[in-house]
Design a protein around this ligand. Structure first.
Ligand code: PBG
Length: 323
């Protein structure tokens, strides 16, 4: 048989494959979500996220130290708020002495180089478990944006490098940017959860923070998974309002959206490899149905190949060790 080109030539050895690999993961691609709880020496495994923990601040600092030593550059903080601090305004979220604000300061003091990102949304602080203020059974946009602005300012004042609004209210990126400017927080970045879909795959995360919505669902603010053009619209408006990084979330069932957003914007794109995606691989691996390490690397590479410059992932530490 005569063939002008044999495509298998470039696949014939590990060395050749390594030479022509188009996509490479590195520890600096990862953003590590961390769940922080009150107390000391507390480390509690999240039941629906085996191998992942909610930790008190002291142990979180030690964890960030280890992540940093593995070459990971960034963490994304979430806190579990006590029930008695939750209300409909979410005012604990901008308490200068709140768990989030104390965590930002402690981590920054211990590991000054780390790029510290913070989740900005009301759900962990809301007695309704929603990402916004509730009036007559409705999640109201503009009063929620005012709360998100206060929350972002308090994170910036505590030393956060990036605030990451995950709430999907309209106009919040512009409002946060303006407030940061007015308050001289000119080095604080915004990573906008721009295309965040209403997804069943957030379930394990809501176990981790005890933040499931008390009524209804999040479909009046998070996006309908039938839609793609809307994702571009959201990303473009967030960029115009001043987002430094835009995010697509979830990642695995939304690789097409990651690619389309990447092609549409001129800022870095991140993808959130969310809790349910973590749980699926963990569960299948536990049953002996998938090779966990291979599944981790294959899915993370798929996200980067789709166009993600950065990946928020619970697998970051495992992956960094494998790379
Ligand atoms: C809340 C928030 C959620 C996640 C990140 N921020 C859950 C939700 O919107 O209900 C999900 C992360 C994950 O599932 O890993 N604003």
């Amino acid at each position: 048989m005569y063939l002008q080109r044999r495509n298998r030539v470039l696949r014939q050895s590990p060395a050749i494959r390594a030479m022509v690999a188009e996509t490479q993961l590195k520890p600096a691609d990862f953003i590590v979500p961390l769940f922080i709880d009150e107390g000391e020496q507390v480390q509690q495994e999240i039941s629906s996220m085996p191998g992942y923990f909610r930790r008190s601040l002291d142990l979180t600092v030690a964890e960030v130290q280890e992540l940093w030593s593995l070459g990971i550059k960034s963490v994304l903080l979430f806190v579990k708020s006590k029930d008695e601090l939750k209300d409909n305004t979410g005012k604990e979220s901008w308490n200068p002495d709140g768990l989030m604000q104390r965590s930002i300061k402690a981590i920054k003091a211990a590991i000054p180089g780390i790029v510290l990102m913070t989740d900005v949304a009301l759900d962990p602080y809301s007695s309704y478990g929603h990402d916004g203020i509730v009036e007559n059974g409705e999640i109201v946009n503009d009063p929620t944006v005012e709360a998100l602005v206060k929350m972002s300012l308090s994170h910036a004042a505590a030393g956060a490098d990036f605030v990451a609004p995950s709430d999907m209210m309209d106009g919040r990126i512009g409002a946060i940017r303006e407030a940061l400017e007015q308050n001289n927080h000119t080095r604080t970045g915004i990573m906008a959860y721009s295309a965040k879909y209403a997804s069943c795959f957030y379930g394990p995360f809501r176990d981790a923070l005890d933040s499931a919505p008390g009524f209804g669902d999040k479909k009046t603010y998070q996006m309908d998974y039938s839609n793609r053009i809307e994702a571009i619209k959201e990303a473009l408006s967030d960029v115009e309002e001043g987002a430094d990084i835009v995010m697509v979330k979830p990642a695995l069932a939304y690789l097409d959206i990651i690619r389309e957003v990447k092609d549409a914007v001129d800022v870095p794109v991140s993808a959130y490899n969310i809790s349910g995606e973590y749980a699926m691989i963990k569960a299948a691996a536990k049953m002996g149905w998938l090779d966990e390490d291979k599944a981790i690397l294959e899915t993370l590479v798929s996200m980067k190949r789709a166009g993600a410059d950065l990946i928020a992932t619970y697998f970051a530490k495992d992956a960094a060790k494998m790379l």
